[in-house]
Design a binder for this molecule. Sequence first.
Ligand code: EPZ
Length: 422
Amino acid sequence: MDKLVIEGGSRLSGTIRVSGSKNACLPILAATLLTGDECNISNSPDLRDVSTMLEILSSLGRRAVRSGDSIKVSSGEADSHTALYELVSTMRASIVVLGPLLAKYGEAKVSFPGGCVIGPRPIDLHLKGLRAIGADISIKEGYIIARAKKLRGAQVYLGGHFGSSVLATANTLMAAVLADGKTVIENAACEPEIVDLAGFLTAMGAVIDGAGTPTVTVSGVKKLKGADYRIIPDRIEVGTYMIAAVLTGGDLFLEEARIEHNLALLDKLKETGGVVREKENGIRVYREREVIRATDITTNTYPGFPTDLQAQMMSLMIGADGISVITEKIYPDRFIHISEMNRMGAGIRLEGSTAIIKGNGTLSGAPVMASDLRASAALVLAGLVAEGQTEISRIYHLDRGYEHIEDKLSAVGAKIWREKEQ
Ligand code: EPZ
């Protein structure tokens, strides 16, 4: 296994070209199951999770071939409708093949996804959406078995205990595009990745209104054709590097970043003393003040503050000039990074799903362990400003969602490199 080694103390300065969005790419690759025609998906990030989705497509009988940042998906010999436990268990987002398989073949068998370190990952809203449009769903031997002679449009409310669900919206949307009649999804997720998925489905011939708003209307069509499509930039990668710029007192230009995808974060970064400048083809972020100001954050569904940037903001708050409070409303247990940060000298206390960050902390480098994708990114940020050397083990978590992170950071002045773990 690999580890990342970071020598803290560098101010980051220069340009980082942002990769395509992992969380747009995964459902869009799943949506290629809705047609037997060839699809070309460009700006696809070279990540472990994307490779896992390509393996799943191949196991379902598709030919999925990457060439640079473009992935060509075409129909293969036999079409299977079973997404196997061995693959689904490595990536929870695999659940998003359920809707397209059901819509295209009238049946689907997908291994029940496990939970993960950020908390239980229920799928009740996915099943509610598919049942609403006529799917007969049972759970057998750890598999979800879905069948439907014909899916029929319906109205369905997809709000759960924690609000809307991104992938439940995606699954229901992808099933509805081939259903008979009109489907209205209420309390749909509004994330940019849903808008991107709807853009791809529309390019395939689907009829969708309201993507990006809480009410999405789909008029079912008989058939979808292949399409070429370019994935949006990864707003969570963008946010991670924006925070790095403010944290290190640096000055970064994030090429291809879109200001409208990160308004909640930018609002908070300005509060902490960051300066944000929208440019022709990206965003410049730097810090003018010597001191980082403390702030309070509550995560929420889009356009609220993204849970996927919660851990990274915590790294920023450790050195802020006072007490900061971070409340996690989407995954109440998503605080596994606190123990590792405290090992580096942070002063963070957890009260339920609210973290209190003492501030005015100076971090010292230490051997730490990556646990989940975004917590790992937060440890990289902490290592960038810690005194001395930080070693992050189990960075396969990081490789799931950040394309060439050490190369991108080294190119703007970070002292970071990858080593084999002994
Ligand atoms: C997507 O996961 C993202 N993953 C996650 O990013 C992200 O954290 C999450 O949305 C929230 O923004 C992908 O897009 C591949 P949810 P998803 O369904 O769709 C509850 C990353 O780091 N819920 O929006 O699985 C759930 O427990 C990953 O890139 C139900 O109750 O998340 C959570 O509390 C991590 N019932 C809340 O809703 C359901 O049926 C939001 O989850 C489904 C979800």
